[in-house]
Design a protein around this ligand. Sequence first.
Ligand code: GLY
Length: 403
Amino acid sequence: MELKQDSDNNVGYEALELYQPPTAHREVFQAALDRAVEKITELVPRFGLRNPRMGIPGTNRYAFCIPDEWVASFWPGQMWLAYSLTGDPRLKNSARMRREYFRTVLEHPRWHDHDLGFLFSLSAVADYSLTGNEVSRDMALRAADFLAARWRQPMPFVMCWNPMLRDGPEFMARKTGTLNVDSMQAMALLFWAGRESGQASFAEIANQHLETCQRYLVRDDYSTYHAYEFNPRTGEPMSGFTHQGLHDESCWSRGQAWAIHGFAQAYLYSGETAYRDTAAKLADYVAAHLPEDGVPLWDYNLTANDEPYRDSSAGAVTAAGVYTLARCFGGGDKGAHYTKLADKLLLGLVEKCDLTGDASADGLLSEGAAFVGLGRANNLLPYGDYYYVEALMRSVGHTEFFW
Ligand code: GLY
């Protein structure tokens, strides 16, 4: 793919005609956003230096992260978003006090996987973007270096997972050669690093990874595989499979969400229309499979025999991704069309899952499904909370985020 770069190595972006079409539900969404920001501010002393990991089953309370957790940045990310709206120094200071956690991640290469994207976009990139802090910039660039170093021939993608002894020999071998759909969000860290450093290889690696995602994870009907296995010796594609979805040929709803958000965001960085148009087809698949109330179930291909758990986190990531997509299309019919779809998803969350008015709750959304196969459903999830705030902000016209 030919990169569209200007003389300062900026890829495309400024040249795109971007416009966030208005929502038809501005008052409802602004009120939910105001409540969310108030709640985040109230939670700062309750959480102290801890980062929420997952809800304790049967409660509205969180259990907290230990070192090496992929979800550790979603609470700092919420504080940075709230800080961007309010300028309240308590939010900035509390988010920045997590720096040691993320420094420890950098110092442990065996913990590094595609989740470096989530971890550092929502902590170090966020801090640098909002405050210009140079220590955070250096940490984010270091994380991007580690991520880029996971691109190794013969694989046509950035290595996603690490094989671990605890996985057992079969899954361990499989992980080495597997591309997963979750990794698409991590490409924003590479694009950001390319723009920040002027080093074109970051965007080249991100584009190579995304093209492989487009070719192998996206099916002909624009549903997605959770994962695709390649031969680790030759790089030859083998077959798609699922880890967290219903079965290998089903469409795990959060995976579809990562793909929509990832491709839409990649368009904003690269100007590559194939990314935007793929995101649109993936969103059309969601529109055709979404329950009437607008909240996705955990997989789009459940049968009457499967547990119909909602996944509010899939709803939140998809809503944020579809608003981003609407912005990519700008002021025309398609922008309005995808805004309507994003509104349906977000209204579903506000009406069915919103906990912002519940003073006892540790989170913003009920009914997240982390991993139904392991019995993790009907829970608070910090990524659901983070993307809910992002979606609410995008719905009322905010356009500056950390991806
Ligand atoms: N590990 C990413 C997810 O559960 O969505």
